[in-house]
Ligand binder design. Structure first.
Ligand SMILES: *Cc1c(COP(=O)(O)O)cnc(C)c1O
Length: 389
Protein backbone atom coordinates (compact mmCIF):
# COMPACT_ATOMS: atom_id res chain seq x y z
CA UNK A 1 0.00 0.00 0.00
CA UNK A 2 1.38 3.40 -0.98
CA UNK A 3 1.65 6.37 1.31
CA UNK A 4 -1.38 7.93 -0.31
CA UNK A 5 -3.71 5.06 0.61
CA UNK A 6 -2.57 5.13 4.21
CA UNK A 7 -3.39 8.78 4.63
CA UNK A 8 -6.86 9.34 5.96
CA UNK A 9 -8.83 12.57 5.69
CA UNK A 10 -7.40 13.81 9.01
CA UNK A 11 -3.86 13.80 7.67
CA UNK A 12 -4.82 14.86 4.16
CA UNK A 13 -6.81 17.91 5.21
CA UNK A 14 -5.25 18.63 8.59
CA UNK A 15 -8.47 17.91 10.48
CA UNK A 16 -8.78 17.86 14.28
CA UNK A 17 -8.18 14.45 15.84
CA UNK A 18 -10.97 13.36 18.15
CA UNK A 19 -11.54 10.55 20.63
CA UNK A 20 -15.30 10.28 21.00
CA UNK A 21 -16.34 8.93 24.44
CA UNK A 22 -19.72 10.64 24.12
CA UNK A 23 -21.73 7.93 22.38
CA UNK A 24 -23.29 8.17 18.92
CA UNK A 25 -22.96 11.95 18.95
CA UNK A 26 -23.81 13.63 15.64
CA UNK A 27 -21.29 16.52 16.01
CA UNK A 28 -18.57 13.85 16.39
CA UNK A 29 -19.51 11.96 13.22
CA UNK A 30 -21.81 9.56 15.15
CA UNK A 31 -20.20 6.12 14.84
CA UNK A 32 -17.58 3.91 13.23
CA UNK A 33 -18.60 1.57 10.46
CA UNK A 34 -16.77 -1.72 10.01
CA UNK A 35 -15.02 -2.69 6.78
CA UNK A 36 -17.97 -4.71 5.56
CA UNK A 37 -20.16 -1.60 5.62
CA UNK A 38 -17.41 0.52 4.06
CA UNK A 39 -16.98 -1.96 1.19
CA UNK A 40 -20.73 -2.16 0.57
CA UNK A 41 -21.02 1.63 0.44
CA UNK A 42 -18.08 1.91 -1.98
CA UNK A 43 -19.61 -0.75 -4.25
CA UNK A 44 -22.99 0.99 -4.20
CA UNK A 45 -21.44 4.34 -5.10
CA UNK A 46 -19.81 2.77 -8.17
CA UNK A 47 -23.00 1.34 -9.64
CA UNK A 48 -26.47 2.05 -11.03
CA UNK A 49 -29.53 0.44 -9.52
CA UNK A 50 -33.22 0.19 -10.20
CA UNK A 51 -33.91 2.18 -7.06
CA UNK A 52 -37.43 0.79 -6.67
CA UNK A 53 -35.97 -2.72 -6.56
CA UNK A 54 -33.30 -1.66 -4.05
CA UNK A 55 -35.95 -0.06 -1.83
CA UNK A 56 -38.09 -3.19 -1.97
CA UNK A 57 -35.12 -5.39 -1.07
CA UNK A 58 -34.39 -3.11 1.91
CA UNK A 59 -38.03 -3.11 3.00
CA UNK A 60 -38.21 -6.94 2.94
CA UNK A 61 -34.85 -7.28 4.67
CA UNK A 62 -35.77 -4.83 7.43
CA UNK A 63 -39.01 -6.64 8.15
CA UNK A 64 -37.25 -10.02 8.25
CA UNK A 65 -34.35 -8.76 10.38
CA UNK A 66 -36.47 -6.96 12.97
CA UNK A 67 -39.67 -8.99 13.10
CA UNK A 68 -41.70 -5.90 12.18
CA UNK A 69 -44.62 -6.37 9.80
CA UNK A 70 -42.92 -3.92 7.40
CA UNK A 71 -40.02 -1.52 7.14
CA UNK A 72 -38.48 1.11 4.93
CA UNK A 73 -35.40 3.36 4.82
CA UNK A 74 -35.43 7.16 4.70
CA UNK A 75 -32.63 9.69 5.02
CA UNK A 76 -32.30 9.77 8.83
CA UNK A 77 -34.39 9.53 11.99
CA UNK A 78 -35.10 13.23 12.05
CA UNK A 79 -36.70 12.91 8.62
CA UNK A 80 -38.37 9.64 9.69
CA UNK A 81 -40.20 11.64 12.40
CA UNK A 82 -41.35 14.25 9.87
CA UNK A 83 -42.43 11.58 7.37
CA UNK A 84 -44.24 9.48 10.00
CA UNK A 85 -46.23 12.54 11.05
CA UNK A 86 -46.91 13.29 7.38
CA UNK A 87 -48.05 9.70 6.84
CA UNK A 88 -50.41 9.88 9.82
CA UNK A 89 -52.03 12.96 8.29
CA UNK A 90 -52.24 11.92 4.61
CA UNK A 91 -52.24 8.13 4.45
CA UNK A 92 -51.46 7.16 0.87
CA UNK A 93 -53.63 9.88 -0.71
CA UNK A 94 -51.70 11.36 -3.63
CA UNK A 95 -53.53 14.70 -3.42
CA UNK A 96 -52.93 15.07 0.32
CA UNK A 97 -49.27 14.09 -0.02
CA UNK A 98 -48.80 16.66 -2.77
CA UNK A 99 -50.44 19.39 -0.66
CA UNK A 100 -48.09 19.12 2.36
CA UNK A 101 -46.96 21.07 4.30
CA UNK A 102 -50.39 22.63 3.72
CA UNK A 103 -52.53 20.59 6.11
CA UNK A 104 -55.87 22.34 5.45
CA UNK A 105 -58.69 19.93 6.24
CA UNK A 106 -56.38 17.24 7.66
CA UNK A 107 -55.97 16.12 11.27
CA UNK A 108 -52.77 17.97 12.18
CA UNK A 109 -52.41 17.88 15.99
CA UNK A 110 -49.50 15.74 17.16
CA UNK A 111 -49.52 14.92 20.86
CA UNK A 112 -46.34 14.15 22.80
CA UNK A 113 -45.45 14.09 26.52
CA UNK A 114 -43.77 17.42 27.36
CA UNK A 115 -40.66 15.61 28.64
CA UNK A 116 -40.36 13.83 25.27
CA UNK A 117 -39.94 17.12 23.41
CA UNK A 118 -36.18 16.54 23.46
CA UNK A 119 -33.42 18.54 21.87
CA UNK A 120 -30.91 16.28 20.14
CA UNK A 121 -29.15 19.15 18.39
CA UNK A 122 -32.39 20.82 17.39
CA UNK A 123 -35.86 20.61 18.94
CA UNK A 124 -37.71 17.40 18.02
CA UNK A 125 -40.96 19.39 17.76
CA UNK A 126 -39.48 21.04 14.68
CA UNK A 127 -39.51 17.65 12.91
CA UNK A 128 -43.26 17.61 13.60
CA UNK A 129 -43.79 21.20 12.43
CA UNK A 130 -41.81 20.51 9.26
CA UNK A 131 -44.62 18.25 8.05
CA UNK A 132 -47.10 21.10 8.59
CA UNK A 133 -48.44 19.63 11.85
CA UNK A 134 -48.83 21.30 15.23
CA UNK A 135 -47.14 19.76 18.27
CA UNK A 136 -49.28 19.59 21.43
CA UNK A 137 -47.26 19.04 24.63
CA UNK A 138 -49.04 16.93 27.20
CA UNK A 139 -48.41 17.24 30.95
CA UNK A 140 -45.30 19.04 32.18
CA UNK A 141 -41.54 18.57 31.88
CA UNK A 142 -41.49 16.67 35.16
CA UNK A 143 -44.48 14.36 34.58
CA UNK A 144 -47.15 13.38 32.08
CA UNK A 145 -49.86 11.03 33.31
CA UNK A 146 -51.80 8.65 31.07
CA UNK A 147 -54.97 10.62 31.94
CA UNK A 148 -53.41 13.85 30.68
CA UNK A 149 -52.23 12.09 27.55
CA UNK A 150 -55.63 10.53 26.92
CA UNK A 151 -57.40 13.88 27.32
CA UNK A 152 -55.12 15.49 24.71
CA UNK A 153 -55.47 12.49 22.39
CA UNK A 154 -59.29 12.72 22.58
CA UNK A 155 -59.28 16.12 20.85
CA UNK A 156 -60.68 16.01 17.29
CA UNK A 157 -58.05 16.53 14.61
CA UNK A 158 -55.35 14.51 16.37
CA UNK A 159 -53.07 12.88 13.78
CA UNK A 160 -50.81 10.80 16.00
CA UNK A 161 -48.98 10.36 19.29
CA UNK A 162 -45.19 10.71 19.29
CA UNK A 163 -43.14 9.07 22.05
CA UNK A 164 -39.39 9.11 22.52
CA UNK A 165 -37.16 6.37 23.91
CA UNK A 166 -33.86 8.03 24.72
CA UNK A 167 -31.56 9.02 27.54
CA UNK A 168 -32.55 12.60 26.68
CA UNK A 169 -36.19 12.45 27.87
CA UNK A 170 -37.02 14.45 31.01
CA UNK A 171 -39.21 13.80 34.02
CA UNK A 172 -40.97 10.69 35.31
CA UNK A 173 -40.83 7.76 32.89
CA UNK A 174 -43.91 7.51 30.65
CA UNK A 175 -44.77 3.80 30.27
CA UNK A 176 -44.60 3.38 26.49
CA UNK A 177 -46.94 0.40 26.02
CA UNK A 178 -49.62 2.06 28.17
CA UNK A 179 -49.26 5.34 26.28
CA UNK A 180 -49.60 3.49 22.95
CA UNK A 181 -52.70 1.71 24.27
CA UNK A 182 -54.18 5.07 25.36
CA UNK A 183 -53.67 6.40 21.82
CA UNK A 184 -55.23 3.30 20.28
CA UNK A 185 -58.29 3.60 22.57
CA UNK A 186 -58.83 7.00 20.91
CA UNK A 187 -58.21 5.62 17.42
CA UNK A 188 -54.90 7.52 17.16
CA UNK A 189 -51.73 5.88 15.77
CA UNK A 190 -48.53 5.97 17.83
CA UNK A 191 -44.95 6.57 16.67
CA UNK A 192 -41.86 5.92 18.81
CA UNK A 193 -38.61 7.75 18.10
CA UNK A 194 -36.00 5.26 19.25
CA UNK A 195 -33.11 6.76 17.28
CA UNK A 196 -30.28 5.23 19.32
CA UNK A 197 -32.27 2.17 20.42
CA UNK A 198 -31.47 -0.29 17.61
CA UNK A 199 -30.55 -2.91 20.24
CA UNK A 200 -34.10 -2.58 21.64
CA UNK A 201 -36.17 -2.70 18.42
CA UNK A 202 -38.03 -5.85 19.52
CA UNK A 203 -38.96 -4.29 22.85
CA UNK A 204 -40.15 -1.05 21.20
CA UNK A 205 -42.22 -2.93 18.58
CA UNK A 206 -43.62 -4.93 21.49
CA UNK A 207 -45.28 -1.77 22.84
CA UNK A 208 -47.76 -2.05 19.95
CA UNK A 209 -46.61 1.22 18.37
CA UNK A 210 -47.64 1.64 14.75
CA UNK A 211 -44.17 2.90 13.80
CA UNK A 212 -40.77 2.60 15.49
CA UNK A 213 -37.97 4.80 14.12
CA UNK A 214 -34.26 4.07 14.58
CA UNK A 215 -31.04 5.48 13.15
CA UNK A 216 -28.97 3.30 10.85
CA UNK A 217 -25.81 5.21 11.82
CA UNK A 218 -25.91 5.10 15.61
CA UNK A 219 -25.10 1.76 17.30
CA UNK A 220 -25.94 -0.14 14.11
CA UNK A 221 -22.85 1.48 12.54
CA UNK A 222 -24.24 1.98 9.04
CA UNK A 223 -24.19 5.13 6.90
CA UNK A 224 -26.72 7.84 7.80
CA UNK A 225 -30.21 6.36 7.44
CA UNK A 226 -33.56 6.33 9.20
CA UNK A 227 -35.17 2.91 9.62
CA UNK A 228 -38.96 3.02 9.75
CA UNK A 229 -40.49 -0.16 11.17
CA UNK A 230 -44.02 -1.18 11.99
CA UNK A 231 -47.47 -1.82 10.57
CA UNK A 232 -47.54 -2.38 6.81
CA UNK A 233 -50.17 0.28 6.07
CA UNK A 234 -48.34 2.93 8.11
CA UNK A 235 -44.99 2.07 6.49
CA UNK A 236 -46.56 2.27 3.00
CA UNK A 237 -47.88 5.75 3.86
CA UNK A 238 -44.33 6.79 4.90
CA UNK A 239 -42.86 5.45 1.66
CA UNK A 240 -45.53 7.25 -0.33
CA UNK A 241 -44.19 10.58 1.01
CA UNK A 242 -41.30 10.11 -1.46
CA UNK A 243 -43.60 11.69 -4.05
CA UNK A 244 -44.04 14.69 -1.73
CA UNK A 245 -41.99 16.27 1.06
CA UNK A 246 -40.05 13.02 1.38
CA UNK A 247 -38.11 13.86 -1.78
CA UNK A 248 -35.93 16.12 0.37
CA UNK A 249 -35.42 13.25 2.84
CA UNK A 250 -34.65 10.33 0.56
CA UNK A 251 -32.34 7.43 1.27
CA UNK A 252 -29.44 7.21 -1.18
CA UNK A 253 -28.31 4.00 -2.90
CA UNK A 254 -25.17 3.91 -0.73
CA UNK A 255 -27.11 4.39 2.48
CA UNK A 256 -29.51 1.58 1.57
CA UNK A 257 -26.76 -0.87 0.59
CA UNK A 258 -24.71 0.18 3.63
CA UNK A 259 -27.72 -0.33 5.89
CA UNK A 260 -28.18 -3.85 4.50
CA UNK A 261 -24.53 -4.62 5.31
CA UNK A 262 -24.90 -3.17 8.83
CA UNK A 263 -28.01 -5.30 9.42
CA UNK A 264 -26.11 -8.41 8.28
CA UNK A 265 -23.25 -7.55 10.64
CA UNK A 266 -25.72 -7.13 13.52
CA UNK A 267 -27.34 -10.48 12.73
CA UNK A 268 -23.91 -12.13 12.88
CA UNK A 269 -23.15 -10.46 16.23
CA UNK A 270 -23.49 -12.49 19.42
CA UNK A 271 -25.05 -9.63 21.40
CA UNK A 272 -24.65 -11.19 24.84
CA UNK A 273 -20.96 -11.95 24.26
CA UNK A 274 -20.56 -8.41 22.93
CA UNK A 275 -22.32 -7.01 26.01
CA UNK A 276 -19.97 -9.00 28.29
CA UNK A 277 -16.97 -7.52 26.47
CA UNK A 278 -18.38 -4.01 26.99
CA UNK A 279 -18.83 -4.74 30.72
CA UNK A 280 -15.25 -5.94 31.03
CA UNK A 281 -13.93 -2.95 29.13
CA UNK A 282 -15.85 -0.49 31.35
CA UNK A 283 -14.87 -2.37 34.55
CA UNK A 284 -11.16 -2.29 33.61
CA UNK A 285 -11.34 1.38 32.67
CA UNK A 286 -13.24 2.32 35.86
CA UNK A 287 -10.75 0.50 38.09
CA UNK A 288 -7.83 2.34 36.50
CA UNK A 289 -9.60 5.72 36.56
CA UNK A 290 -10.53 5.22 40.23
CA UNK A 291 -6.82 4.81 41.03
CA UNK A 292 -6.14 8.38 39.82
CA UNK A 293 -5.92 11.04 42.55
CA UNK A 294 -9.19 12.92 43.13
CA UNK A 295 -11.35 10.55 41.10
CA UNK A 296 -13.79 7.82 41.92
CA UNK A 297 -15.24 5.79 39.06
CA UNK A 298 -17.82 3.09 38.53
CA UNK A 299 -19.85 1.53 35.72
CA UNK A 300 -23.42 2.83 35.26
CA UNK A 301 -26.16 1.08 33.28
CA UNK A 302 -27.84 2.83 30.33
CA UNK A 303 -31.00 4.61 31.56
CA UNK A 304 -33.07 3.47 28.55
CA UNK A 305 -31.97 -0.17 28.81
CA UNK A 306 -29.28 -0.46 26.13
CA UNK A 307 -27.20 -3.58 26.78
CA UNK A 308 -23.95 -1.96 27.95
CA UNK A 309 -22.67 0.22 30.80
CA UNK A 310 -20.78 3.50 30.69
CA UNK A 311 -18.03 4.68 33.05
CA UNK A 312 -19.02 7.47 35.46
CA UNK A 313 -16.16 9.55 36.85
CA UNK A 314 -16.75 11.56 40.03
CA UNK A 315 -14.39 14.44 40.60
CA UNK A 316 -13.57 15.33 44.22
CA UNK A 317 -12.68 19.03 43.83
CA UNK A 318 -10.71 19.25 47.10
CA UNK A 319 -8.44 16.33 46.15
CA UNK A 320 -8.32 16.92 42.39
CA UNK A 321 -7.83 20.69 42.44
CA UNK A 322 -10.38 21.14 39.65
CA UNK A 323 -14.05 20.37 39.13
CA UNK A 324 -15.72 18.06 36.62
CA UNK A 325 -16.42 20.88 34.18
CA UNK A 326 -12.78 21.98 34.18
CA UNK A 327 -11.66 18.38 33.66
CA UNK A 328 -14.06 18.01 30.69
CA UNK A 329 -12.76 21.32 29.27
CA UNK A 330 -9.15 20.20 29.65
CA UNK A 331 -9.90 16.84 27.98
CA UNK A 332 -11.62 18.53 25.05
CA UNK A 333 -8.83 21.04 24.48
CA UNK A 334 -5.90 18.64 24.05
CA UNK A 335 -4.69 16.87 20.92
CA UNK A 336 -6.47 14.62 20.25
CA UNK A 337 -9.60 16.21 21.68
CA UNK A 338 -11.48 13.92 24.02
CA UNK A 339 -15.26 14.35 24.21
CA UNK A 340 -17.22 12.89 27.12
CA UNK A 341 -20.83 13.22 28.32
CA UNK A 342 -21.06 16.46 30.30
CA UNK A 343 -24.79 16.54 31.13
CA UNK A 344 -24.03 15.85 34.82
CA UNK A 345 -20.81 17.88 35.08
CA UNK A 346 -22.36 20.34 37.55
CA UNK A 347 -23.11 17.41 39.83
CA UNK A 348 -19.41 16.54 39.68
CA UNK A 349 -19.84 13.65 37.23
CA UNK A 350 -18.50 12.96 33.74
CA UNK A 351 -19.68 9.90 31.84
CA UNK A 352 -17.68 8.05 29.21
CA UNK A 353 -19.00 5.66 26.61
CA UNK A 354 -16.27 3.27 25.52
CA UNK A 355 -18.15 1.19 22.93
CA UNK A 356 -16.33 2.40 19.78
CA UNK A 357 -12.96 3.14 21.43
CA UNK A 358 -9.85 1.14 20.56
CA UNK A 359 -7.45 0.03 23.32
CA UNK A 360 -5.06 2.78 22.25
CA UNK A 361 -7.83 5.34 22.63
CA UNK A 362 -8.87 4.20 26.12
CA UNK A 363 -5.18 4.32 27.10
CA UNK A 364 -4.94 7.85 25.68
CA UNK A 365 -8.00 8.92 27.69
CA UNK A 366 -6.50 7.54 30.93
CA UNK A 367 -3.11 9.08 30.18
CA UNK A 368 -4.55 12.52 29.42
CA UNK A 369 -6.83 12.40 32.48
CA UNK A 370 -3.83 11.53 34.69
CA UNK A 371 -1.84 14.42 33.16
CA UNK A 372 -4.61 16.96 33.78
CA UNK A 373 -5.02 15.75 37.37
CA UNK A 374 -1.26 15.95 37.96
CA UNK A 375 -1.23 19.54 36.65
CA UNK A 376 -3.98 20.57 39.06
CA UNK A 377 -3.27 18.47 42.15
CA UNK A 378 -3.25 20.72 45.25
CA UNK A 379 0.38 21.06 46.31
CA UNK A 380 1.44 19.63 42.95
CA UNK A 381 3.58 21.19 40.21
CA UNK A 382 0.77 23.07 38.54
CA UNK A 383 -0.63 24.51 41.76
CA UNK A 384 0.66 28.03 42.49
CA UNK A 385 -0.86 28.27 45.97
CA UNK A 386 0.88 25.00 46.81
CA UNK A 387 4.26 26.36 45.64
CA UNK A 388 4.07 29.23 48.15
CA UNK A 389 3.40 27.12 51.21
C1 LIG B 1 -30.04 11.13 17.20
C2 LIG B 1 -31.48 11.31 17.52
C3 LIG B 1 -32.40 11.67 16.54
C4 LIG B 1 -32.00 12.04 15.14
O1 LIG B 1 -31.45 10.96 14.48
P1 LIG B 1 -30.77 11.23 13.05
O2 LIG B 1 -30.72 9.86 12.44
O3 LIG B 1 -29.45 11.84 13.32
O4 LIG B 1 -31.66 12.16 12.30
C5 LIG B 1 -33.73 11.74 16.88
N1 LIG B 1 -34.14 11.49 18.12
C6 LIG B 1 -33.29 11.17 19.11
C7 LIG B 1 -33.82 10.87 20.46
C8 LIG B 1 -31.92 11.06 18.84
O5 LIG B 1 -31.07 10.71 19.82
Amino acid sequence: MGLHEQQGPHERYGLTRLINARGPFTPAGVSRSDERVGRAVAEALAGFFVMEELHELADRTLARATGAEAGTVVHCTSSAITLSVAAAMTGESTARIAALPDTGGLPARVVLPAGHAVDYGHPLVQDIRLAGATPVLSGTDSACTLDELEKDLAHPGTACLVLVSSRLTRGARVPLAEAVAAAHRRGVPAVIDGAAQDFRIGELLGTGADLVLVSGQKYLGGPTAGLVLGRAEAVRAVRAQGRGIGRAMKASKESIVGTLAALEARQDLDVSAWARRQEEKVARFSARAAALPGLTAHPVPDPAGLPFPRAALHVDVARAGLDARALADALSSGDPRIWVYTDRQYEGELTLELVPLTDEETEAVLRRTAEVLAEHAPGGLGDRAGQHT
